[in-house]
Ligand binder design. Structure first.
Ligand SMILES: *Cc1c(COP(=O)(O)O)cnc(C)c1O
Length: 429
């Protein structure tokens, strides 16, 4: 698609990044199932390796199917560029990699996907990085946690397992004052519901495994760069501002301007870490994104209806859907995700841990799986699964205590979902 005037989201989710295949005219983006690309001649090969000419060398770095998806995601998020990765967790490492170094830290919200808490609490320490977790509703605590070695601030827009919405503008202002980038995991919201760059985010990461692909078929991730951060304003980001020894002394920011982070992600991140998305997975994700807005509207409508009904059931202690007027985060919906609070929330059962386990086992339409953002409705008892590695305090802070079940509402008939939940809740009583 040529750069249009101001195409709407529904148009861009289908056309951005896609153009008829130059070789065959194929209308759908072909799956370029190839590892390598023939160079025109030796000069062409040298120019590609020098990053003087943009083109394809080897599919660990770039691939045309993956490139179409990168352009689509950059467009939908309003960013300058994007790098796709093999999973959401890979995208998080790829986002931090150019910024961090031994002894450096990231200040992160306590309300994160359980796997991210584990990745940040333990695994990144192997690289000499660390994370400081704070309550992102307490702006003074966020400010206080930032020190001279902090290289990023990290949060989710609508946080998994649901019900919490970050005041992105307030957090972005804190990061901006400290001269460090804000990274927002926008997995639960998708760019249809929330566009973090418009609220001051520098980088947006996604697990494309979830709502973007939308049907539970592949794992994938992406880092979108706003292109707005001045990497050269301080000496904190030498990989981007100073000569990069891993690429024969190239200065990425000086050379590529707003695309510095994206080029670094491909030329060094994918080249050396190898967390590459394969073209088949990119194809499934492109297919999924074509219907993103339609699905998200239905996820939101169904979540509202089911969450409102659950709140009235006498086996239920609380429902944490931010779309409900009873939610303490309901006032942030209008500002952060005006089209709705997503399809993910938790329900707290009066019967505690045992009731949760019985409830999950009694459902029929809902599947008990470690996934979310599927067309199918899904549940999981976080405390015994995804958040199992967390301490009890971390579980409570993340909204995943022992009496809580996470629900990802699909796009089925809401009457059927309610009937299934009703049957399972009555089995618990
Ligand atoms: C699933 C998820 C991740 C991790 O993504 P994978 O694709 O499973 O690696 C990260 N953040 C959030 C919010 C998620 O839901």
């Amino acid at each position: 698609m040529t750069d249009g005037p101001d195409y709407g989201f529904d148009t861009l989710q289908i056309h951005a990044g896609a153009r008829p295949d130059p070789a065959t005219g194929a209308r759908q983006v072909p799956i370029y199932q190839t590892t390598a690309y023939v160079f025109r001649d030796a000069d062409h090969a040298a120019a590609l390796f020098n990053l003087q000419e943009v083109g394809y060398i080897y599919s660990r770095l770039t691939n045309p199917t993956v490139a179409a998806l990168q352009e689509r995601m950059a467009t939908l998020e309003g960013g300058a560029g994007a790098v796709c990765c093999s999973s959401g967790h890979a995208a998080q490492i790829m986002a931090l990699f150019p910024l961090m170094g031994p002894g450096k830290n990231v200040v992160a919200s306590t309300r994160l996907y359980g796997g991210t808490v584990t990745q940040f609490s333990h695994t990144i320490k192997r690289f000499g990085w660390s994370a400081t977790f704070v309550d992102f509703d307490d702006l003074d605590a966020v400010k206080a946690a930032i020190n001279d070695d902090t290289r990023a601030v990290f949060c989710e827009s609508i946080a998994n397992p649901g019900g919490y919405i970050t005041d992105l503008d307030a957090i972005a202002a804190v990061a901006d004052d400290a001269g460090i980038p804000l990274i927002v995991d926008n997995t639960s919201a998708t760019p249809y519901l929330c566009r973090p760059i418009e609220h001051g985010a520098t980088l947006v990461v996604h697990s494309m495994t979830k709502f973007l692909t939308g049907n539970g078929t592949v794992t994938g991730g992406v880092v979108v760069d706003s292109g707005k951060f001045d990497w050269s304003a301080s000496d904190k980001f030498p990989s981007l501002s100073a000569p990069e020894p891993a690429y024969h002394g190239l200065k990425f920011h000086e050379t590529f301007g707003p695309l510095a982070f994206t080029f670094h992600g491909i030329a060094i991140g994918l080249r050396d870490l190898g967390m590459t998305l394969n073209p088949q997975a990119a194809h499934y994700t492109l297919m999924g994104i074509e219907t993103l807005s339609l699905r998200m509207q239905r996820h939101v409508e169904n979540a509202m209806e089911v969450a409102s009904w659950l709140e009235t059931h006498d086996a239920v202690e609380a429902v944490t859907y931010a779309g409900l007027p009873s939610s303490p985060y309901n006032h942030r919906v209008e500002k952060i995700c005006p089209k709705g609070a997503g399809g993910l929330f938790t329900v707290k059962l009066k019967g505690g841990y045992d009731a949760c386990v019985k409830f999950v086992d009694s459902l029929e339409i809902f599947s008990h799986v470690a996934n979310l953002g599927d067309t199918r409705s899904l549940v999981i008892h976080s405390a015994s699964t995804t958040h199992r590695q967390l301490t009890p305090e971390q579980q409570e802070a993340a909204g995943a205590g022992p009496s809580v079940v996470r629900i990802s509402i699909g796009i089925e008939d809401p009457t059927d979902l309610i009937a299934d939940l009703n049957k399972a809740l009555n089995a618990v009583k």
